[in-house]
Each structure stands twice: as C-alpha cells, then as structure tokens.
Ligand binder design. Structure first.
Ligand SMILES: *[C@@H]1O[C@H](CO)[C@@H](O)[C@H](O)[C@H]1NC(C)=O
Ligand SMILES: *[C@@H]1O[C@H](CO)[C@@H](O)[C@H](O)[C@H]1NC(C)=O
Ligand SMILES: *[C@@H]1O[C@H](CO)[C@@H](O)[C@H](O)[C@H]1NC(C)=O
Ligand SMILES: *[C@@H]1O[C@H](CO)[C@@H](O)[C@H](O)[C@H]1NC(C)=O
Ligand SMILES: *[C@@H]1O[C@H](CO)[C@@H](O)[C@H](O)[C@H]1NC(C)=O
Ligand SMILES: *[C@@H]1O[C@H](CO)[C@@H](O)[C@H](O)[C@H]1NC(C)=O
Ligand SMILES: *[C@@H]1O[C@H](CO)[C@@H](O)[C@H](O)[C@H]1NC(C)=O
Ligand SMILES: *[C@@H]1O[C@H](CO)[C@@H](O)[C@H](O)[C@H]1NC(C)=O
Ligand SMILES: *[C@@H]1O[C@H](CO)[C@@H](O)[C@H](O)[C@H]1NC(C)=O
Ligand SMILES: *[C@@H]1O[C@H](CO)[C@@H](O)[C@H](O)[C@H]1NC(C)=O
Ligand SMILES: *[C@@H]1O[C@H](CO)[C@@H](O)[C@H](O)[C@H]1NC(C)=O
Ligand SMILES: *[C@@H]1O[C@H](CO)[C@@H](O)[C@H](O)[C@H]1NC(C)=O
Length: 782
C-alpha cells in the first residue's frame, strides 16, 4: 500500500518534470525554481496524463486534485483493485478514462456521477467476472465509447445501456465462457469491436454481433484449421446489419480467408477491411467467381506472408480477377500484380507501399475503367516505361508515383494517357530532363523533392497546368512567368536555393494566385524589397507568409523575418543617394559662405583658436607664477587711455578682485625712474597687454614698454605678450626702426577689437581667460 502511494507520487512528480503536453498541444519544459510552486503551476496545465504500467494499486483524491484541467487519464496496466470515482471529484473536465488491465473487483456505482462528463470509458480486462453495469451508468450522458470484458454475458447485463446510443463498444471476450443469446443485441451502437481468442466458438455471439452494429470489427482471430470461424462468418448474408466489416490482426491460411471473402462477397457488407493479416500454411490459386457483389471497397493493408512457395498459377491472380471498384492492396511486399484476364471494373487501385517494379501492367488493355492508380512507395525506376503503362488506361486521371526511384534519361520516348490530369512524382530522382517526359494535358504536377535545378522553356507547352509543386528541389531562382503555362494558378517552390527572386517574377505573374516560397535562403538586400512588395500589393498570395520567409544572408540579418526587413529607399537608389550627397554639400557650402559674409565667421574662428591656445598655455604656465602679483600689465598710449580706462579695465577686473591689472596711471611709483617702473610692472605681471593702434606706434614710451616685455618674453622662454589691435595699423605707419614690432605683428596673432557689439562678449571672455591664473596670495606688493 505504502509503496503504491509513493510510486504514484513519484510518477506524478516525474510527469510534471518531464515535457508536458498542454492544452494547445505545445510541449513545455519546466524550469528550476520553487519546487512545489512549479509542481502546482505545471500540473494546472496538464490535460493528458499517462500513468499506465506504473504498478499503481491505490488512487486517492489528493493526487488528482492537482490536475483540474485533466482531460485524458490513462491508468491502464496497473494493479488497482478498488475504485471509488470520487477520486476524480476535482477533474470535472475528464473526458477519457482508461482503466483497462487492472484487477478491479469492486467499482462503486454510486460515485459514477463524479465522472459524468466522460466520453470514453475503458473498463476492459479488469478481472470482473460479470459485466459491471450498474443502473447509475445512465448518469454518463456523454458516453460515446465503452470498453468492457467479461467471462459471462447474460441478457440483463446490457439492459441499463439499452436506451443509450453509443458510437463504439469494445468487448474483450478472450475469456468468455458463457453467453446468453440476444444479450449484445440490446446495445445501440454504431460500431462493435470484438476481441476474440483462438477458442471462441459461439454461434449465438456471432449471430448477435452481425445483427447489432453497422460497423463490426473482429480482431485477434488466430487459427490454422479455421473451420469453426469460417462457418461462423458464413452466417453473414444479405440481411445482416453490417455494412463495414473489419478483420484486424488475423492469422489464418489463405484457404480460410478465401472462404471468408466469398461469404462477404455475397453479403450486406459494402466496405471490407483486412488489417494486419498474417498468412500461414499455404497460399494457392483456386479459381473463384468474384463477381456480383454489393462490396464497394476492399482494403487489404499490411499482409505478413509466412508462405514462400507457390505452384502456378500465381495466387495473386485471385485479386486481379476481383470485380469491384475500389481495391487497396498495400503494405504487402508484392512485386507484381497481374493484368486482369477480362475487362475489369477497378476504378481506384491503391498499391502503395509494396515492392512493385516497372513491369507492372505493361501492355495491359483490361484496366480501361481505372481512374486512380496509386503506386506510391514502390520500386519503380524508369519514367518512360511507366508512361507507356498508362497508354492503355483510357480513363486514368490521377497517377501517384511518389516515393519511388524514378529517373528519366534524355531521348527516351514517353507515351502518357491523354486523360491524365494529376501526376504525383514527388520524392523521386528526376532531373531537369524529366520536363521532356510529361503528360500534355496535365493540370496538377507534384515534383517535390527531386533534383531539379532549372525550369526549361518547354514547360510553357503544358497549357493546362494549373498547379505546380517544385518544393525541395535545387532551384536558384523563381522561374519567370513567361516560362510557365498561362493556366498556372498555384506555384510552390519552398525549400529551394532561391536567394534573390527575379524582379520579372512579381511583375508579370498576375495570374498566379497562390505562391509558396518559404524556407529559401533569402539574401536580404535591395533587390528583395520587390518581393516584399508582392505581399503588400496582393495580401494572402504568399502562402506561409510571414513565418517561413526569413533572411539567410547577410549574416547580420540571418533569421530575420522578411516582413521585418527594412532598407530605406535612399540606400537602394544610387541616383537618389548621389543627389542627396551633392545637395547636402551645396547646402553646407552655401551656409559657410553665408556665415562668412554675414556673421564674420573667420573672426570667430580666430578668436576661438586664440582662446584654446591661451587655455593651453595658462595650464603650462602655472609654475612660473612665483612673485607675480598682477595678472596683466597694460601698455597703451595716451590717445587710447580713454578706451583702456573706460572699457578694458572695467571689463577685465569687473570689480570682483579676481583679476588684477597693472597700469602706469595707477601703479607707477612716483619718483622712481620711469624705466624702472616699467621693468617692475612687467616683472610683477603674468602677462603684458599692448593696445596697438596707429597712435601707439608713434609713441616712444610705448616702444620702450614693448621692448622690455619682449625681452622678458625671449629671456624666460614663455609667452607673456598679448596684443590687442584696437585700430588697424597700415604697414607704412610702422617706422622702419621698429622692425621688431613689424615682425611681432606678422608672427604673433593678435586679438582684434571688434567694432560690432555682439562680438564683445567672446572677446572679453577670451582675453580674461588668457590672463586668468591663480596668483600666489601675498598682499604686500601693492
Ligand atoms: C506560478 O504561477 C503564478 C501565477 O499564475 C506566477 O505568479 C508564478 O510566478 C508561477 N511560478 C512559477 C515558479 O512559475
Ligand atoms: C493507455 O496505455 C496503454 C498501454 O500503454 C495503451 O495501450 C492504451 O492505448 C492507452 N490508452 C489511451 C486511451 O491512450
Ligand atoms: C479477480 O478478483 C477476484 C476477486 O473478485 C480474485 O479472487 C482473483 O484472484 C482476481 N484475479 C486476478 C487474476 O487478479
Ligand atoms: C481499451 O482497452 C483495449 C484493451 O487494452 C484497447 O484495445 C482499446 O484501444 C482501449 N480503448 C481506449 C479508448 O483506450
Ligand atoms: C438507437 O438509438 C436511436 C436514437 O436513440 C434510435 O433512433 C434507434 O432506433 C436505436 N436503434 C436501435 C437498434 O435500437
Ligand atoms: C470447433 O467447433 C467444434 C464444435 O462446434 C468444437 O468441438 C471444436 O473444439 C472447435 N474447434 C476449435 C479449434 O475451436
Ligand atoms: C495480434 O494478435 C496476437 C494474437 O492473436 C497477439 O499476440 C498480438 O499482440 C496482436 N498484435 C497486435 C498488434 O495487436
Ligand atoms: C474509392 O476510392 C476513392 C479514392 O480513394 C474515394 O474517393 C472513394 O470515396 C472510394 N469509394 C468507395 C465506395 O469507397
Ligand atoms: C484482356 O481481356 C481479354 C478478354 O476480354 C483477354 O483476351 C486478354 O488476354 C486480356 N488482356 C490481358 C493483357 O490479359
Ligand atoms: C492507399 O493506401 C495507403 C495505405 O493503406 C493509405 O495510406 C492511402 O491513404 C491510400 N490512398 C488512397 C488514395 O486511397
Ligand atoms: C504526392 O505524394 C505525397 C507523398 O506521397 C503527398 O504528400 C502529396 O500530397 C501528393 N501530392 C498530391 C498533389 O497529391
Ligand atoms: C492569365 O489568364 C488569362 C485567362 O486564363 C489568360 O487569357 C492570360 O493569357 C493569362 N495571362 C498570362 C500572362 O499568362
């Protein structure tokens, strides 16, 4: 008991931490985090839980309350003995419950209403000696499928279900020992599926089965001398209720199966399926009259032959002689099927998944009614040979040759049926030459997964071609529309090597209403913009847009959806780009010219250059500031003194004491020799400012001052000279003996006093910056 509880918990946990199938079918992986919370969060999404074969013997409420969205629960192949449906009280969404293969001996009928929404309930193989059917079964108003099994079936067992219309009832009757005639006839179900065993031999059961449902499936018949089965199945007749008969997983000799065929041939059955038939003991041809039947289709799917020796005539002739419209003989490893010896009424022949070779139906003139021939997944090799096979099939419309190893070599002659309109050549080994071997009236052509690299001009001759599928070939470009027939409406070229679809394609192909071109390695550049345009102009024309259209190159755009890929008009149009570059150059030039003319730009530039230079110098000059007590000494001539006192000094000093200016009217010590005074002032000042004007060059004193300052400049190797050009000085005004001044004027850039008021701000700022340093604070110098 304890072990079982643990094991259920363990598997619930396991389940939650494994990929989980949520409602929309997507698989979610839980991440790490708080364990319980994840468990809870994840379990809330679970809709499908497979707990089969987990040795569970006990189930309790708490386990399933974690899964409120649970729709399908599989508890099959466990060890559960007792079940109270109350454990599902929180699983109101539960629709499918598989309890088969347990040891259930007790089921609580009174709790059935806890699963009242269940549609499929499987209670087969649950070790119940009687069919467990309680009155309460009527609570399950949505029930469609019911799986049961029993050892004894008595009439009243199904009484409670008599009023309920079901879709399918499964009866596992391997262990049936007792059956009361008429019991299962009480069931009202469209399909009845009966599992039998080797030893079942109850004609009443068979009789009832044939009379109960319109679809009857009998599975797991295994016999080697099958007289009992064949005689039981021979009860089937024109008055039986059965319209569809399915024999699945049957093992018997051909002789017995042939007898069943004969019984079915003359009965009410319209569709006969033989799925998974294991042929044992013998396989011989016996001439049989397979005409006159109400059978419309016969499907023989998956035959395993354990017989390897035949005496002629070949037993496969049996199938060629059958007279019915739909015949499927697939998954049977046959290499051949014979041409019917008489005109046949086969309309649909499905011979897929065999090992049929090119010899099939060659020169066969008795398949004139055949409309569809499916030879998918066989061993066909030569396309030309197959084409001549069709030449006698006067009604053939649809031929499926997919999944073979077909090839075509240039020069081989093809001869297709004129009636052929649908041809499936997908998954073969065809190359470009194959276009020379196509039916002229073809409308739908599937060439998926071949080795085609280019579409030839001859395709245009297929004037009726409506749909062309060239997905997963090796095309490099979408073909031009004038190469395609004029009837073409749908074109698929997914998964090729198309990187730059041609412009002509989306300009000329108005007639094509559906194009599928996803999963190609698109080169996202200017040319591709036209392709995007296609979707803009006619939305819905590109199938799979936008998800399967992605950039492959360049590397930067790899994986980007074409929908989101954007390049501006400019970057793609060279003329536009040129025009824009040129016009911006012109505009810039115009702007510069305008600024020079109107704002005197050169002056500003020079000023700015000065300012930067002085900033730089000031920084370098910090260590030379010892024994300086003025920021600047100003030298000017008498005529300019008004400007100096009223404009220069106030603007530099600003009355806040940060800048100290030395000039002779204020600081020259009376009595001291004038030359000493000048020397002193220059020595004590960080800079010397000279206000240059025509008057200045005339004044002798000023020349002295300039001479000293210059001396200091050269002697100490730093730049302490600032020249302000107050008024322009014509060259001729400078006397010849002042060669030095001339040189200075030439080499040293000076500050020009601007006449416009707007420029004064910058002028003062530059000047103040050039003299503004932190002087050592010794106040005793004044
Ligand atoms: C669990 O779900 C809640 C709300 O739905 C959410 O806030 C919380 O982050 C989830 N926890 C984990 C671990 O995913
Ligand atoms: C439950 O599991 C068993 C065994 O794994 C399987 O045969 C059966 O089909 C499952 N039932 C459903 C409803 O999926
Ligand atoms: C079936 O259930 C009965 C009790 O009803 C029990 O005696 C028997 O052993 C069970 N059989 C199997 C195979 O579990
Ligand atoms: C019920 O159980 C039987 C036997 O395991 C199985 O063949 C059948 O598919 C099951 N049906 C459903 C709906 O699970
Ligand atoms: C089955 O049920 C449907 C609807 O309840 C009813 O029309 C039909 O006659 C019933 N068939 C049989 C055989 O009782
Ligand atoms: C066939 O049926 C007979 C009686 O009807 C019975 O004696 C015999 O055992 C059955 N054979 C098989 C293999 O079930
Ligand atoms: C087919 O039937 C045999 C018994 O006749 C059984 O052993 C086998 O498992 C069945 N196979 C399938 C796929 O149901
Ligand atoms: C016969 O086969 C064709 C093609 O598979 C199908 O369309 C048609 O419905 C079938 N007819 C019958 C009576 O099964
Ligand atoms: C086709 O049927 C005729 C009889 O109608 C028969 O003579 C002929 O041999 C058959 N053709 C083939 C290739 O079997
Ligand atoms: C042919 O048979 C195969 C295998 O049974 C089946 O998958 C396919 O749908 C059938 N095709 C047609 C056209 O009936
Ligand atoms: C051609 O056959 C393939 C696989 O055999 C199938 O997927 C495809 O739908 C078929 N094409 C047409 C047009 O029927
Ligand atoms: C488009 O289709 C019409 C009508 O079928 C046809 O007349 C016309 O030639 C086609 N145009 C092109 C370019 O193929």
């Amino acid at each position: 008991m304890k072990w079982a509880e643990i094991s259920l918990d363990f598997f619930v946990l396991m389940y939650v931490f494994m990929p989980i199938q949520s409602e929309d079918g997507s698989v979610e992986k839980s991440s790490t985090g708080h364990l319980e919370e994840i468990l809870l969060n994840a379990s809330h999404l679970v809709t499908f839980l497979d707990l089969s074969q987990k040795y569970i013997s006990l189930v309790d409420t708490n386990k399933f309350r974690l899964f409120p969205k649970l729709k399908s629960l599989n508890l099959s192949h466990n060890l559960i003995e007792e079940l109270d449906f109350e454990v599902f009280r929180f699983n109101t969404a539960l629709e499918q419950l598989d309890l088969s293969h347990n040891k259930l001996s007790k089921i609580s009928c009174s709790s059935l209403h806890f699963i009242k929404n269940v549609k499929k309930l499987n209670l087969s193989y649950t070790n119940s000696s009687v069919v467990y059917l309680c009155k309460e079964i009527t609570v399950l108003s949505n029930l469609e499928y019911l799986g049961l099994s029993a050892e004894r079936i008595q009439k009243q067992d199904f009484l409670n279900l008599a009023q309920r219309q079901l879709q399918c009832v499964f009866l596992g009757l391997e262990n049936l020992r007792e059956y009361k005639s008429g019991s299962i006839q009480l069931l009202n179900t469209s399909k009845l599926h009966v599992h039998l065993s080797k030893y079942i031999n109850n004609q009443f059961l068979f009789y009832d089965a044939l009379a109960t449902a319109t679809t009857l499936e009998i599975s797991e018949i295994e016999c080697s001398f099958c007289d009992n089965y064949t005689s039981l199945l021979s009860m089937i007749n024109k008055n039986s209720r059965v319209r569809t008969l399915i024999l699945s997983n049957t093992t018997m000799p051909w002789k017995a199966m042939r007898e069943i065929f004969l019984s079915v041939w003359r009965s009410s059955v319209e569709h006969f399926y033989v799925n998974m038939f294991t042929l044992i003991n013998e396989f011989t041809y016996i001439q049989t009259d397979f005409s006159d039947t109400s059978l419309k289709s016969l499907v023989i799917d998956h035959i395993i032959t354990k017989v390897f020796y035949f005496t002629p005539p070949h037993p496969l002739n049996t199938f060629s002689e059958m007279l019915l419209e739909n015949f499927t003989f697939s998954n049977a490893d046959i290499t051949h099927l014979f041409c019917p010896p008489r005109p046949s009424i086969f309309r649909f022949l499905n011979l897929s998944k065999n090992r049929i070779t090119d010899e099939i139906f060659q020169q066969c003139d008795n398949l004139t009614a055949l409309e569809l021939l499916n030879l998918c997944s066989n061993k066909l090799e030569k396309l030309s040979k197959i084409s001549s096979m069709t030449s006698n099939m006067k009604s053939l419309k649809h031929l499926d040759l997919s999944q073979n190893i077909l090839q075509y070599e240039q020069g081989e002659i093809c001869n297709w049926a004129d009636t052929l309109v649908i041809l499936n050549l997908s998954e073969n080994r065809l190359m470009n030459e194959a276009f020379a071997c196509l039916p002229i009236n073809i409308q739908v052509l599937d060439l998926t997964r071949n080795q085609i690299t280019i579409i030839p001009k001859t395709l245009k001759d297929l004037t009726f071609l409506r749909e062309l599928n060239l997905s997963f070939n090796r095309l490099r470009n979408i073909p031009d529309c004038h190469l395609l027939g004029r009837s073409l409406r749908s074109l698929r070229v997914d998964g090729n090597f198309i990187n730059s679809p041609s412009v002509a394609f989306y300009q000329n192909c108005h007639n094509i209403t559906k194009i599928s071109a996803g999963h190609n390695p698109y080169q996202c550049d200017c040319e591709l913009r036209g392709f995007r345009h296609l979707e803009h102009v006619t939305p819905g024309r590109l199938a799979g847009w936008p998800d399967s259209y992605r950039c492959e190159y360049p590397e930067d755009f790899k994986g980007l959806l074409l929908k989101d890929f954007y390049l501006s008009e400019i970057s793609c149009n060279i003329y536009m780009l040129l025009a824009i570059v040129l016009s911006s150059v012109v505009i810039a030039l115009l702007l510069i010219i305008f600024s020079c003319l109107y704002f005197d730009l050169p002056w500003y530039i020079r000023m700015l250059y000065q300012w930067i230079r002085t900033k730089h110098r000031v920084r370098n000059a910090q260590d030379l500031l010892k024994d300086k007590c003025f920021h600047a000494f100003v030298s000017y001539c008498e005529e300019d003194s008004m400007w100096v006192r009223n404009t220069l000094i106030p603007n530099l000093e600003r009355g806040d004491g940060t800048i100290k200016i030395c000039y002779h009217e204020r600081h020259f010590v009376p009595g001291k020799a004038i030359v000493d005074n000048i020397m002193d002032s220059i020595e004590k000042s960080f800079k010397s400012i000279f206000v240059l004007s025509p008057n200045f060059v005339q004044s002798e004193w000023c020349h002295y001052e300039l001479y000293f300052a210059q001396h200091a400049l050269f002697g100490r190797n730093y730049d302490n000279l600032i020249l302000i050009l107050l008024n322009p000085i014509p060259d001729y005004l400078i006397p010849k003996k002042f060669q030095k001044l001339k040189t200075i004027m030439k080499h040293r850039t000076y500050l020009e006093w601007p006449k416009e008021k707007t420029k004064h701000g910058l002028f003062w700022a530059t000047l103040r910056d050039s003299i503004h340093v932190n002087l050592p604070t010794n106040e005793d110098d004044v």
